[in-house]
Ligand binder design. Structure first.
Ligand SMILES: Nc1ncnc2c1ncn2[C@@H]1O[C@H](COP(=O)(O)OP(=O)(O)OP(=O)(O)O)[C@@H](O)[C@H]1O
Ligand SMILES: [Mg+2]
Length: 408
């Protein structure tokens, strides 16, 4: 099994039970968790591991150890952010006047297993994004893409509007969720995006909200932390609720946030706006696959041909694949493939009334119409992404074999 490279190292100095639980959770999240028992253990660790990115300390139950540990993080040219675990009451009385560092963060008990992972992830992202000139050699080697990567980024894109991007993104995300995958659906279309609305969700917090809050002194949050849960279990995160207040959306930071979410989710599905904006191009770079919904009509086919040439130029040709939408109408699949020169990954049939109903009710096809043909199309697409289509073909052969045996 290939080991992920560049896993960020996190020292964990907590009471034994909690330490083991946290270390196990961090290991699951792809971190190199390094449990230590005491401040002197931490000193020994820091002396030979120069790649510790975050240290977790218990500022509450054992403040002396925490104080000694904290001091070690800022000695000998080191400047390692601390994640301090505290009880809510302690946080109120905490005297940070004498110490503390602006990169330190607090997490109050009780905390969920996931929340500690997300918080450490956010701290890592920030420490690699912000070069404070402190000469911290540790952050230089960080590459968010490689940290114990687990899930895949699937971008949904077509430079033409109205071809079914949002419909594809939401229903694919819902199908994958129904199959037990953990999915983050990012609405990166700040202009015409309507992912939350089409899922019947209201007032969903956005990345702009979180970054504005951070700008005002709030905590650094990962995309996983910012996302809201849909009733299906799918998590949803729009970049912005306004098409004009998007100046905080630094394209590279958006793309890094998306890539980092692969460590928490099996799939990160990204609905993109129909343009070659800086955000889109940054997301293309991180996408493992770019699905291009195309309708079988000439204007859409012409746009797709142009996309093929642009994709060559952007170095993403081998990651793009067609999803023929409304496949049972207009130009045939074979003709489309031949003309466009991009392979077909899946087909989605036209499903007028049921889709209108689903959209009006803010629900998804797997939820509202699990037995419909169009839902089966989405499940087949989800299976293909899960690498299960081979098994399905084999099963079909078996069935065929048995059927012919009966006939014979
Ligand atoms: N297979 C389909 N069957 C029936 N209706 C469909 C199908 N695909 C898309 N539609 C409808 O077409 C319209 C456009 O779809 P959608 O909003 O998903 O496109 P889009 O590419 O995201 O558009 P935009 O560029 O505006 O974001 C919607 O009303 C949607 O319900
Ligand atoms: Mg859309």
């Amino acid at each position: 099994m290939a080991m992920p490279v560049n896993r960020p190292a996190v020292a964990v100095l907590l009471p034994p039970l909690e330490r083991d639980r946290v270390a196990a959770e961090l290991a699951l999240g792809g971190f190199d968790a390094l449990p230590v028992n005491s401040a002197s253990d931490l000193a020994a660790l820091l002396a030979y591991r120069r790649d510790v990115v975050v240290t977790i300390l218990d500022a509450d139950q054992d403040p002396e150890t925490a104080g000694a540990g904290w001091a070690l993080l800022h000695q000998g040219g080191l400047n390692i952010p601390a994640l301090l675990i505290v009880n809510p009451a302690t946080l109120d009385n905490l005297d940070t006047s004498g110490g503390g560092h602006e990169s330190d963060e607090y997490l109050t008990r009780p905390y969920s297993a996931e929340s500690i992972r997300w918080r450490v992830e956010a701290m890592c992202i920030r420490s690699s994004a912000v070069d404070d000139g402190s000469g911290n050699v540790l952050t230089a080697s960080l590459n968010a893409d490689d940290w114990g990567r687990r899930g895949r980024v699937v971008a949904i894109f077509n430079p033409k509007g109205g071809v079914g991007k949002t419909m594809l993104a939401t229903n694919l995300a819902a199908s994958l969720t129904a199959k037990g995958e953990s999915v983050l659906l990012v609405d990166a279309d700040t202009v015409t995006g309507a992912v939350a609305i089409s899922l019947g969700m209201d007032g969903v917090p956005t990345v702009v909200d979180a970054w504005r809050d951070e700008f005002d002194g709030g905590p650094v949050m990962s995309f996983a932390e910012m996302a809201s849960a849909h009733q299906s279990g799918l998590r949803v995160l729009p970049l912005s609720s306004s098409p004009i207040h998007t100046e905080l959306l630094d394209p590279e930071r958006v793309a890094t946030g998306i890539a980092a979410a692969r460590r928490t989710f099996d799939f990160v599905i990204v609905d993109l706006h129909s343009s070659y904006s800086a955000i889109n191009r940054a997301v293309f770079d991180k996408a493992d696959r770019i699905l291009v919904p195309v309708t079988p009509d000439l204007p859409a086919i012409r746009t797709a041909v142009r996309l093929r040439d642009v994709a060559d130029e952007l170095g993403m040709r081998d990651r793009i694949a067609l999803v023929i939408n409304r496949a049972n109408t207009g130009v045939s699949q074979a003709d489309m493939e031949r003309t466009i020169g991009i392979p077909t990954y899946a087909t989605i049939r036209s499903a007028g009334p049921i889709l209108v109903r689903a959209t009006n009710e803010g629900r998804t096809l797997v939820d509202i119409a699990p037995r419909e043909g169009v839902t089966a199309d989405f499940n087949a697409l989800a299976d293909r992404l899960l690498g299960r289509e081979v098994a399905a073909t084999k099963a079909a052969f078996k069935l065929f074999g048995r059927a012919s045996a009966v006939r014979a």
